[in-house]
Design a binder for this molecule. Structure first.
Ligand code: AMP
Length: 419
């Protein structure tokens, strides 16, 4: 038997309503903030992600699904979407048509991680990117949108963490201070962090190693090395969030090690999902568009993991999805009248009703069972004595009331069922 690849999941019909619900909410909230959907290809040139996410990141160095196609070109299944969105913006000169581009996306991403609850190899993200303005109100807008989506799902155990990374020159000064501090602890750092000391010292804050965590607890903080302009940007983000009733805490260990990240970074974690607790993360990336060959445009964005969000909803028992229902189930009493049942079904479906009927030549009892299983609001009996008078019998499953309806009065039927 061939099975699905480890770390990938089938979304079965029994789960699809949750996905529709989440997708509809995402689209609704993004559209209220006037974000427009963008759909980019599933695979791109490997160099886009190497440059756009950064060679030193775990994603690029360890997790990408990269392959050579038949012409020998190196392609990669998208591990996230910011780089692709920025590529599309540059390629189509979107900034010339619209000085501020507010974009959102929903779709599958691919990373070869060690699978566990809340961590998959194909997973789904939604996210937004706002490209063209350095306004801190947009940093806050990202956090507010992400928070609103999670809050409207009914999630409660949420924690919003924010930080500021300032601008590259401030970070360079700070990195020297941090390295100076770490020099005396170098021999006690984990092997991974020793490497990061050379390649990407800020990322030592991301280490999960107990010894590293202890050492980093006492490290000097970037926030103390930011100048007035960066501090004021951060203050605006914080005061805007307060006014919008989004509770947050400042977490100075929230860093991103790449030069094009600037100012705000944020993460929303849930206490309801175990170790993989980050539901979404994002931040400002004023250097990225230029890094990818476009003009010097500032941007800010975030991405959220849909499987993890649905897991949090399940654990907090908050998603109340209405049960699936159909409008009508047609029960064929006399098998020779199957074609009539079928034709009625087609014409009612064309009138926007959800209609099912039997395709398995089942007994009347079995058809009735099926109607109940499908939560049919009405049942239509076709083929009884009434048919001699050109009539069918409509039964309201809620109150069991029955009514004969002439086949010449199909409009009446539609009206009744559609009520
Ligand atoms: P990132 O792009 O790494 O900042 O991730 C953004 C969000 O995507 C995370 O907060 C998770 O909710 C989700 N995510 C990232 N990687 C995975 C994965 N392997 N499986 C499931 N969700 C993921």
């Amino acid at each position: 038997m061939i099975k699905a690849i480890t770390g990938t999941k089938d979304i079965l019909p029994s789960d699809i309503s949750k996905w529709y619900f989440l997708e509809n909410l995402i689209k609704k909230i993004f559209s209220k903030f006037n974000y427009k959907e963008i759909r980019t290809p599933i695979f791109e040139n490997t160099s886009l992600f190497a440059r756009g996410i950064g060679e030193a990141t775990d994603i690029v160095s360890k997790e990408m699904y990269t392959f050579l196609d038949r012409s020998g070109e190196s392609l990669t299944l998208r591990p996230e979407l910011t780089a692709s969105v920025v590529r599309a913006l540059i390629e189509h000169s979107l900034e010339k048509k619209q000085s501020l581009n507010k974009l959102f996306y929903i779709g599958p991403m691919f990373r070869q991680e060690r699978p566990q609850a809340g961590r998959y190899r194909q997973f789904h993200q939604f996210g937004a990117e706002s490209i063209g303005s350095n306004d801190p109100l947009l940093d806050a807008e990202m956090i507010i949108m992400a928070f609103d989506i999670l809050a409207q799902l009914g999630l409660k155990n949420l924690e919003v963490k924010i930080n500021s990374l300032g601008v590259p020159s401030e970070r360079e000064d700070y990195k020297n201070v941090l390295r100076e501090y770490l020099k005396s602890h170098l021999s006690n750092l984990s092997e991974e962090s020793k490497k990061r000391f050379e390649t990407n010292v800020l990322r030592i804050f991301d280490s999960k190693d107990e010894r590293d965590i202890e050492i980093m607890k006492h490290a000097p903080l970037l926030i103390n090395y930011l100048k007035d302009e960066s501090l004021s940007h951060f203050e605006t983000v914080k005061s805007t969030l307060k006014k919008a009733n989004v509770n947050f805490s400042v977490d100075s260990s929230l860093v991103r090690g790449l030069d094009y990240y600037t100012h705000t970074t944020f993460e929303i974690v849930s206490k309801s999902v175990g170790s993989q607790s980050a539901l979404c993360g994002g931040g400002r990336y004023n250097g990225l568009v230029k890094e990818l060959g476009g003009s010097d445009l500032p941007g800010v964005g975030f991405a959220a993991g849909m499987e993890r969000i649905l897991l949090a909803c399940e654990n907090e028992n908050v998603l109340s999805i209405p049960e699936d229902k159909i409008d009508l189930y047609i029960i064929t009493l006399d098998k020779t009248k199957s074609e009539l049942s079928y034709n009625i079904a087609i014409s009612l479906r064309r009138k926007n009703l959800t209609v099912e009927l039997d395709y398995l030549l089942r007994s009347v009892k079995a058809q009735m069972r099926e109607a109940n299983k499908l939560n049919a609001k009405y049942v239509l009996f076709v083929g009884g004595e009434e048919l001699k008078n050109n009539e069918v019998v409509l039964k309201n499953m809620l109150n069991s009331e029955q009514e004969n309806i002439s086949l010449n009065e199909i409009e009446k039927l539609i009206k009744k069922i559609g009520e």
